[in-house]
Design a protein around this ligand. Structure first.
Ligand code: 4NP
Length: 155
């Protein structure tokens, strides 16, 4: 049975698709399953934002096959680890979680890099031109730590 990790942001078209692609690329596929979702449903069924696809491609990563979906309460049971991109995503999921066991699965992804600081991965959707590359770099560093931990804890 594989270990399941879910990456969550607001739209599931900019940040969490990158986080999904980056983490999946660092883990063996036979043991780990990585997915992503958005707290909002506006982009359900859509490909990642073209700027996320492009920045991933510039790092030899294909995320164009991904399709956005909304987070659902059943994800709390289906997934072992849930990483959110920012504090707003964190609040949204904690509101949806009815059991402590579910709340405990939710972690702010950059706390892996900067423990307890609750730093946000900035939403690049309306942002500056190199915002997507910045987001890629932050997620790559965090996912490197996450992948190392997961491979150690699930040998
Ligand atoms: P994401 O970025 O949460 O990183 O996917 C966003 C994309 C779209 C919207 C918000 C955030 N939107 O409001 O459409």
């Amino acid at each position: 049975m594989s270990v399941k990790i879910l990456m969550v942001c607001l739209g599931n078209i900019c940040r969490s698709p990158l986080a999904e692609g980056i983490l999946a690329s660092k883990l063996p596929k036979d043991k780990f399953f990585v997915d992503s979702a958005g707290t909002g449903a506006w982009h359900s069924g859509n490909q990642p934002d073209s700027r996320s696809i492009a920045v991933a491609k510039s790092h030899n990563l294909d995320i164009s096959y991904q399709r956005a979906r909304q987070f659902k309460v059943e994800d709390f049971d289906s997934f072992d680890y849930i990483y959110v991109m920012d504090k707003s995503n964190f609040r949204d999921l904690i509101r949806l979680a009815k059991k402590n066991e579910h709340k405990e699965k939710v972690e702010i992804i950059l706390n892996e890099l900067y423990p307890n600081e609750n730093v946000d991965v900035p939403d690049p959707y309306y942002g500056i031109a190199n915002g997507f590359e910045m987001v890629y770099q932050m997620l790559d560093e965090a996912c490197e730590i996450i992948a190392t931990k997961l491979k150690t804890n699930h040998r």
